[in-house]
Design a protein around this ligand. Structure first.
Ligand code: IPM
Ligand code: MG
Length: 370
């Protein structure tokens, strides 16, 4: 029996309660389908800070490096507002991305038919939406140096962040976007700010060159990132794959998430380069939503984004395509039947709890798995 090594990092806020629902799926699959998942756990974010004074320990980093895939809940919350910047909860996530070299972040925004009316946009604008944001994840202003606040000595301070991209970083993320486009509607829109930023000029140049060299069969458009944001809320269905840098990708993916009705619905996957020997990629799967401290521990959180992240893990890290399809179908079926957590419940519909939603999707999944 194959073993499949998973590291579970529950994190903070609603992370633990949504991850607990995924754990039920893992247990079921091992029992009923001999899938051989071996799970380890670690601490990240505020939970790690409380235990070790760091946002992730070296031991847990080592577990992440050794795992076939990492499942990540969420980090952060007001409890840690005052902790030093270097060890704030988010630093644990950034360290994982950087050390595992997870440069490609896939953020699909799919509007489930049953939720088209839950979006803040008109139903016809979002119905049937299926776009994919490919966000560069290990470069740009998130990691560029210098990054500091200096005292100018005259009563003023100066804050500096550095937006920096090398051409190889742009080329490899563009390659990921073009490859994925070929499996979808074959269109890529690249977004940057070449009208203001040198990094935007280079981004545009390298994406164009990569297209020219290797992907002429894919349709390529360029958009300034601000106009792209506007187009995303005007008529999002014009897009197929959007490729953009770390910071623009952070913002545009939150916009795209909201098109689908709720931030509680969207999964994401982050990948490194394929290993030269085995071809396998380091991978981390996480919901796009954050730790939602305002509802943490109340059993109200929507576990769907976490479950859909696990579906991406089955599909991409373990090539368990059928199980992934069934899990995504189970989520859609349960939504079709009108089962709703509080974030997606319309007026007059009594919301179910996190555990009830997890159990309902699991029952549907079991039925589909046969
Ligand atoms: C995200 C989050 C993170 C980011 C935070 C938690 C550091 O907003 O994954 O979109 O900015 O990348
Ligand atoms: Mg974000």
């Amino acid at each position: 029996m194959a073993t499949r090594k998973l590291l579970l990092l529950h994190g903070d806020g609603i992370g633990p309660e949504t991850m607990a629902e995924v754990e039920k799926f893992i247990a079921y699959m091992n029992e009923a389908h001999a899938t051989g998942f071996e799970t380890e756990e670690g601490l990240v974010g505020g939970a790690a800070y409380d235990a070790h004074g760091k946002s992730i320990s070296e031991a847990d980093m080592a577990k992440a490096m050794a795992a076939d895939a990492v499942l990540f809940g969420a980090v952060g919350g007001p409890k840690w507002d005052g902790v030093p910047y270097e060890v704030r909860p988010e630093a644990g996530l950034l360290r994982l991305r950087k050390d595992m070299e997870l440069f490609a972040n896939l953020r699909p925004a799919i509007c489930y038919p049953a939720l088209a009316s839950a979006s803040s946009l008109r139903q016809d604008v979002v119905e049937g939406l299926d776009i994919l944001i490919v966000r560069e994840l290990t470069g740009g202003v998130y990691f560029g140096e210098p990054k500091e606040i200096i005292d100018l000595g005259n009563g003023q301070k100066r804050a500096i962040d550095t937006q920096v991209y090398d051409s190889y970083e742009i080329e490899r993320i563009a390659g990921v976007a073009f490859e994925l486009a070929r499996t979808r509607s074959n269109r890529v829109t690249s977004m940057e700010k070449r009208n203001v930023m040198k990094s935007g000029v280079l981004w545009n140049e390298v994406v164009t060159q990569t297209h020219q060299d290797r992907y002429q069969d894919v349709e390529l458009d360029h958009m300034l990132a601000d106009a792209g944001g506007m187009q995303l809320v005007r008529w999002p269905k014009q897009f197929d794959v959007i490729v953009t840098d770390n910071l623009f990708g952070d913002m545009l993916s939150d916009v795209a998430a909201m098109l689908t009705g709720s931030l509680g619905m969207l999964p994401s996957a982050s990948f490194g380069a394929p290993d030269e020997k085995t071809g396998s990629r380091k991978a981390l799967y996480e919901p796009v939503h954050g730790s939602a401290p305002d509802i943490a521990g109340q059993g109200k959180a929507n576990p769907i984004a976490m479950l859909a992240s696990f579906a991406m893990c089955l599909r991409y890290s373990f090539q368990m395509v059928e199980a992934a399809d069934h899990l995504e179908k189970a989520i859609a079926n349960v939504l079709d039947r009108g089962v709703r957590t509080a974030d997606i419940a319309p007026d007059g519909v009594a919301p179910v709890s996190t555990v009830e939603m997890g159990d309902t999707v699991l029952a549907e999944f079991r039925a589909l798995m046969g």
